[in-house]
Each structure stands twice: as C-alpha cells, then as structure tokens.
Design a protein around this ligand. Structure first.
Ligand code: BG6
Length: 496
C-alpha cells in the first residue's frame, strides 16, 4: 500500500445534520458516502445523522427510498444487514420553516450529545443558507467545533457569491466552512499532486520552456436531465468551468506548496487564479467558443435538443464552452491552457493532456517533424495515466518510429475499491482538513475571471454555435488554427 497524503487522524464522535436531507444529492451521494466509510470502519466512533426535510415525509417511505439508494451504490461483496444497521443511525427531522419553534426538535436532539462535533451539511439552494445558519446560531447550536458544508452553486456572479458568504459568515468563521467541489475528491485529481510533487522526472520540464500547451476536457454524454431550471441560469461556463475545470487548472499550474496543509495549498492555487489573463470583447471572440446542443444521436439513441429539454422556445445558455486561457506568471508565460466542456457530447470522457514541445533538433528529418511527448491524465470513464513517447519500430529499415504509450492503468495497478469523491471529502470534513475545499478568496478570484468572460460575451454579443447532440461540439470552429487543439482528436477517436 502506498503512503496516504495525510497522517490519518481518528474521527471524533459527531452529528451530521443534513439540510435537504431527502434531496437527490443527499440520497445519491451524501448518505452512500457516509455508509461506505462506515462499513469500511473508517467511521468507527459514535455518530448520528439527522436528515432534515421541509415537507413531512412518511418514515417508512423515506427509509425504503434511502435503503434503495444505498443498495444501488454497493459495487462489492457486502453483507446487506449492514444497510439496516446504518439506517438506524439516521433520524428524520421535519423542519418546515426557519423559526425557533421548528428548530426545537433538532435542538433537543443535539443537546443530548453536546460534546460531539456538529457538522451542518447544507444540501439546499444557496438562498436558504443565510436563514439556516442564522437560526442555528440563534438556537445556540454552533460552537467552535462545528462545521458547515456548502454545496454549489455558490452564486451566479462575484456579487452573489459575496452575498452568500456575508450571510454564512454571520454564523461561521472561514475555518469552519467547507465548500465542496467534488472534482477535488476524485482519485486521479489527487494523484495530480503526487505525480507532480513526488516525481523528480517532471518538475524540470513543468513550465512554458518545455510545455507547448495544456488541454483540459470534461465531456459529458448526458444532457441537462431534470435540472433545466437551474442550468438555464448557469450554463457550462458557470456550472463546470468556474469550479471543476479551474480547480484542475490550478493543480496543474500551481507552484509547489511549502507544506501539504490547507492554507499553503490554497495560497498557491489563489496565485494561479489571480494570474489568469482577463478576457475582453476582443479576446472572447478569438479565444472562446460557446455552443448549445440541438437534437442528435448519443450512443445510437435519438435525443432532444437543449431547448426541448428545458421546454423553452429560446435560450442563450451555453451547454458547451471552449476557452484558450493564459496564466501570466513566470512559469506559464504564453503557454495556452485550453479548457473545454460540454453536455450531450459523443461520450463521457475527461482528461488532462500536457503537450511537451518537440525536441530542439531533429536527427531523423526523413521521418518529418517529431511530435512532442504527451502526458495524458484520464479522469473518466477509466482512471489512467499515459506518457506518449517516440519509439523505434523494430526492424532493419532505418530509424522509423511511432508514438507509443507507457500506461499506468489504475485498475490494473491497484485492486482496492476506489472510494467515490464524496467519501474522501466527507472524511476530510470530519477530520477538519480543508485542503480539498475552496477558500472564499479562491472563489472570488475564480469569479473575477469568469465574469470577464461572461461580461465580454454580452458586450460582444457572442452567440452560441449550435452543435448536434452526440458530436464533439464546436470547439474546432475557432480553435482549429491552433495546432495543439486539433490534436485532441487523436485521443477522442481512440476506442475507450
Ligand atoms: C456537477 C455539475 O457539478 O458536475 C453537473 O453541476 C455535471 O452539471 C457534474 O454533470 C459532472 O460531474 P462528474 O463527476 O459526473 O464528472
């Protein structure tokens, strides 16, 4: 077994209070994450989970739905009695309004275990965050050991994210706030830190001196599903780039932190965000593409257009975005970072590709230009790292070569179960480790850059390019003159 990134701290007795306790996210991610850490014996202290609902729920209905979600999440041999043992740890509490009288049953329960740490998990729309945290404070339920976990979207602009923060910080200090970005809990994403900072091999070539460009793609085959109301106010730029893609970019671009501690890591990520070159009316025209999907076929199935999905006749919302970004600092001057994400694309496929420059001098001119090495970190569907290098073709026919990959396939190399991103993140909350959570200043720096794009799109009256569902989106229409961008095709077309 390899070493873990952090020394493992034992988890102290806790109460997890989940607002939005009957919501989709809680059922799909939060309870299953707690369950798997519980059966793995990582959560081996006393604890109670309170599922807070606004509308009255029948107990039997709630527990059977919850049991079914947990059952679905099990992908290994397990004694099913464990589900019943876990369900007994969950109490359903109905809080219809934000009033002291409605919070009383929760207060009574939490006061029974006054020495436990209370984790308040706000899996609700952000406009409820202020009322919930004010009421928790008023009921004296917050103490220095308490923590609050916030789910996205944390606003739709810099101003709205600051407004949310202002409300939350009336009750919680920054070291109690855990803003979830589930991409930071993914194994391959964490492996980026190890790959960069535990391998001497890459460090010396990790800069614009040696790297031609970096490409980050997060492609989804799903459409907006039932989230049309939310998504139409957000779009791909806010839903994916503002958080997930920028966090990936930060991990690739940041300087080595002095220590592997939350604020050391977050200070370095903040510097990257502050160095992003802001966009203007001119650069959004040349360096960004926004698109929206029309009807098409995904995996042979006919699927509706975005407008049909959201039930509207028109919408300017972007379901695809591609951006050529620059980080204006010493390490990355003039190295483009291409970010690309879209819904209803050909397949679910996410990866980071580091394109190294070609060798300085070509010793084999008869073979044409020598392509640069590529380091490929695939996040989805399978987790894999590849180093593409030129290799001689065997045989006496002179120096003929082709790109061959050195592959690290996670599945082949490690046989342990891969915990879901939420499992890792929730354990970090319980242990009080904020490294994988965004600090408010990071969030604000990300918003400043995102707003430079969103505002310039408006000023430039940038329109969506329509793309057929099931295609790779319209990224190439603007980026094709960039040699590196078009090379992405090599990976897309591979059978995976
Ligand atoms: C969420 C977005 O944050 O991430 C969704 O709101 C998106 O629109 C999802 O589908 C993608 O996550 P993953 O882990 O499936 O890549």
């Amino acid at each position: 077994m390899g070493q873990t990134l952090k020394t493992s701290k034992t988890i102290k007795p806790f109460n997890a209070v989940i607002f939005g306790g009957d919501g989709d996210l809680a059922l799909r991610k939060i309870y299953p994450a707690l369950f798997h850490r519980f059966v793995d014996n990582q959560i081996n202290c006393e604890f109670t989970i309170f599922a807070i609902t606004r509308s009255t729920k029948k107990h039997s209905e709630f527990y059977s739905t919850l049991g079914a979600f947990i059952e679905q999440s099990i992908d290994y041999e397990l004694d099913r009695n464990k589900i019943d043992i876990f369900l007994k740890k969950i109490e359903l509490v109905n809080i219809p309004t934000h009033s002291e009288v409605d919070y009383l049953p929760l207060k009574v329960e939490l006061e029974k275990t006054a020495t436990f740490q209370n984790i308040f998990y706000l899996s609700t729309p952000a406009d409820a965050f202020g009322d919930i945290s004010d009421m928790l404070k008023k009921c004296n339920l917050i103490n220095p050991k308490s923590k609050v976990v916030l789910e996205k979207p944390l606003g739709f602009s810099l101003a709205s994210s600051q407004a949310i923060h202002a409300k939350i910080s009336r009750s919680f200090s920054e070291n109690q706030i855990y803003r979830i970005d589930h991409y930071l809990g993914k194994e391959t994403v964490q492996n980026l830190m190890v790959l960069r900072f535990a391998n001497h091999l890459f460090e010396h070539s990790w800069s614009s001196d040696h790297i031609e460009c970096v490409q980050i793609t997060v492609a989804e085959s799903l459409g907006v599903e039932s989230r049309g109301d939310y998504y139409d106010h957000s779009g791909a730029l806010l839903d994916m780039v503002q958080n997930h893609l920028l966090q990936l970019l930060c991990l690739i671009a940041m300087e080595p932190p002095a220590k592997l501690e939350a604020d050391f890591v977050r200070n370095e990520k903040l510097k990257v965000l502050n160095s992003l070159r802001l966009m203007d009316e001119k650069s959004v025209v040349t360096d960004t593409v926004k698109g929206q999907y029309t009807r098409g076929k995904v995996f042979e199935n006919q699927v509706p257009s975005y407008l049909e999905d959201i039930g509207k006749y028109e919408s300017g919302t972007d379901t695809f975005v591609a951006i050529k970004a620059f980080i204006d600092n010493w390490r990355w001057k003039n190295t483009p970072f291409y970010l690309r994400t879209g819904k209803r694309m050909a397949k679910r496929y996410s990866e980071i590709v580091i394109h190294f420059k070609s060798v300085r001098h070509n010793l084999f001119p008869s073979q044409g230009e020598i392509p640069g090495n590529r380091l490929i970190m695939r996040l989805q569907p399978e987790e894999r790292i590849e180093l593409v290098q030129m290799t001689k073709l065997p045989g006496p026919g002179g120096y003929r070569y082709k790109p061959i990959s050195l592959k690290l396939d996670y599945m082949d190399s490690f046989h342990e179960r891969f915990p879901e991103a939420y499992e890792r993140l929730i354990i970090d909350v319980l242990r009080g480790d904020q490294t994988l959570f965004m600090r408010q200043d990071e969030l604000e720096a990300a918003w400043i850059w995102i707003e430079s794009i969103a505002d310039s799109w408006k000023k430039a009256e940038k329109k969506n390019v329509l793309y057929e569902a099931g295609s790779w989106g319209p990224g190439d229409s603007v980026m094709e003159k960039d040699h590196a961008w078009s090379k992405l095709r090599e990976n897309e077309d591979k059978e995976i």
